[in-house]
Every structure is written in structure tokens, then in C-alpha cells.
Design a protein around this ligand. Structure first.
Ligand code: AMP
Length: 219
């Protein structure tokens, strides 16, 4: 099973990917997480990506395509994967199709998480994650059960992404509209697109995502 979660920043792709990866034995592949790790490690890719990410723009296609090409060849991806934050441009989608067809496969399902644009800024501004295990939280919509303690690993250190700042969010949303939204008609034409209402509560969205994975056909 090869899935893509598609939607603007703040739609809940990462949260949903983490929830469904265990149920289906899939691996979450987040290019954002991989790039943040490269920045933290100070690799060549990280140095190239850092300023672009801080400005809320997209990292060049060839950089992310080669990261993904290398990653999906690893043994843990053999049972399938959930792409979260990739592809983000038509050129990336076409490279992915080529990569997968060379291995004799293709994308099984693209799940669009649809969210009202007005809700995105509040969602992004309030989010944070556990620095130990990466579990995602939100000040208002999904706080830890015990304040300042991670529900999953008990950790007490949390991170807020620098690119979730008010200055950067506008550029990230514009990049989605200009470069990523055109992927919707692309995948609709391939018959693999399903849309889920991302404005519902987190559990209900997960049910919608499961339904979209299990159901037949496209939108
Ligand atoms: P994300 O964690 O998915 O919101 O990604 C954070 C940032 O990483 C984005 O704003 C981009 O600067 C960069 N990035 C992540 N994935 C991609 C991609 N597929 N193509 C280009 N840039 C990306």
C-alpha cells in the first residue's frame, strides 16, 4: 500500500499519518521531518534547505526527489508507506510516478485532507510536538492529558517549529496554493484521489482516512 496524504500546512497530515502507520504496517515518510533532521545534523542538504524552509518556500525538487528515492528503497518501506508532505509540485509527482513504475507499481491512494483556509493559521500557531517521540499536540485542540507531559512517552520537553511563526505561515500557504494544489486534478485524473473532511475532530478524521484507504475507486 502506497499512500499520499495531501493538504495544506496545518491540515493534520502528520497527525493522521502517525495514527494510521501502526494500523496498516506502513512507514510515515515526511520530507519536512527529513529536512529538519538534515538541518539539525548540518549536512550539505540541511545547509541548502535551511534558509528556504525558514522563509516558507519550497526546497528544490531535485533535492527532495533524491531524498525520497533513497528512502523508499530501504527494507522498512517494502510493505508500503505514507508520504506526508511529498510530492508538493507537479514535477515531484511525475518523478515519483516514474520511480514507482520502474519498480512495477504506483500510488494506490491519494487522500486529500480538506480544511477551511481560515482555520489553518490558528491550527499552525498552536501546534507543538514532543521532542522525545515526535507526538503532535495543539494548545487548544489536542493538549497533552497532563499539562507538559507527553501522553505517549512521558517526556517533558516540547518543540515549536520556527516556520510555524506568523511571518512564515503566509508564504507556506501561498506555496501550497500555487504549487501543490495543482496535484489535486492530477491525481483525480488518475482515479486515485479521495477527499476527507479535515474540519472534524481528530478521531473522526482518522475514521475518514481509514474509510478512504479501505474504500474502492476515486473521487
Ligand atoms: P512540512 O513539515 O511538510 O510542513 O515541511 C516544512 C518545510 O520543508 C516546507 O515549508 C518546505 O520548505 C520544506 N519541504 C518539505 N517537503 C517538501 C517538498 N516535498 N518539496 C519542497 N519543499 C519541502
Amino acid at each position: 500500500m502506497k499512500l499520499i496524504l495531501l493538504g495544506p500546512p496545518g491540515a493534520g497530515k502528520g497527525t493522521q499519518a502517525k495514527r494510521i502507520e501502526k494500523d496498516y504496517g506502513l512507514v510515515q515518510l515526511s520530507t519536512g521531518d527529513m529536512l529538519r533532521a538534515a538541518v539539525a545534523a548540518g549536512t550539505d542538504v540541511g545547509r541548502e534547505a535551511r534558509d528556504v524552509m525558514t522563509a516558507g518556500r519550497l526546497v528544490p525538487d531535485d533535492v527532495v526527489v533524491s531524498i525520497i528515492a533513497e528512502r523508499i528503497d530501504k527494507p522498512d518501506c517494502a510493505k508500503g508507506f505514507i508520504l506526508d508532505g511529498f510530492p508538493r509540485t507537479l514535477a515531484q509527482a511525475e518523478s515519483l510516478d516514474k520511480m514507482l513504475s520502474e519498480k512495477g507499481g504506483g500510488i494506490d491512494r491519494v487522500i486529500e485532507i480538506k480544511v477551511d483556509p481560515d482555520a489553518l493559521i490558528e491550527r499552525i500557531a498552536g501546534r507543538f510536538s514532543c521532542s522525545g517521540c515526535g507526538a503532535a499536540y495543539h494548545d487548544r485542540f489536542n493538549p497533552p492529558k497532563v499539562a507538559d507531559v507527553c501522553d505517549i512517552c512521558g517526556g517533558t520537553k516540547f518543540l515549536r517549529r520556527p516556520d510555524d511563526s506568523a511571518e512564515t505561515v503566509g508564504a507556506r500557504l501561498a506555496a501550497y496554493d500555487d504549487e501543490t494544489a495543482p496535484l489535486l486534478p492530477y491525481y483525480r485524473a488518475l482515479g486515485v484521489l479521495r477527499s476527507v473532511d479535515g474540519m472534524a475532530g481528530i478521531d473522526e478524521v482518522t475514521r475518514g482516512v481509514r474509510g478512504a484507504i479501505n474504500g474502492a475507486g476515486g473521487d
